[in-house]
Ligand binder design. Structure first.
Ligand SMILES: [Zn+2]
Ligand SMILES: [Zn+2]
Length: 133
């Protein structure tokens, strides 16, 4: 069964597809932009370009460029200065969702949260939040 969804870029309905997350028309537009970026960045002297330089020289939108990077269409292994922002603080990262320091923060928060919960629930029966299926 084909599943319909709204294109996040232009809002028109299209058949959901595992390869594309936008409609045919927008995908073609994206592909055009991607070709531009790729054409630029694969030149030897541009391999070390930063995000800002790529945007400036290709005219591609930042959001789209980051999407190419996030989805792996641009292989970061080949381009040392490209990356995407940490979901929390915006620092440029090259893998995962958060930068190292936010990751550490999050871990610390989770740990202290677990400690607090463990403390307050000490006297309650363990199956308080048991959900029947
Ligand atoms: Zn569209
Ligand atoms: Zn961060």
């Amino acid at each position: 069964m084909a599943e319909l969804m709204n294109c996040p870029a232009c809002g028109s309905l299209f058949v959901k597809n595992s390869v594309r997350d936008v409609c045919e028309k927008c995908y073609k537009e994206e592909q055009k932009e991607f070709d531009k970026v790729y054409h630029y960045i694969r030149k030897r002297e541009n391999r070390t370009a930063t995000i800002d330089q790529v945007i400036e020289n290709t005219g591609v939108e930042e959001e789209l460029l980051l999407k190419f990077i996030r989805t792996g269409r641009l292989n970061l292994a080949q381009f040392p200065n490209l990356g995407y922002p940490c979901a929390k603080c915006g620092t440029l990262i090259r893998e995962g969702k958060l930068c190292t320091s936010c990751n550490k923060d999050l871990k610390g928060q989770l740990e202290s949260l677990a400690k607090e919960e463990g403390g307050s629930q000490k006297d309650q029966p363990r199956n308080t939040f048991f959900i029947k299926k």
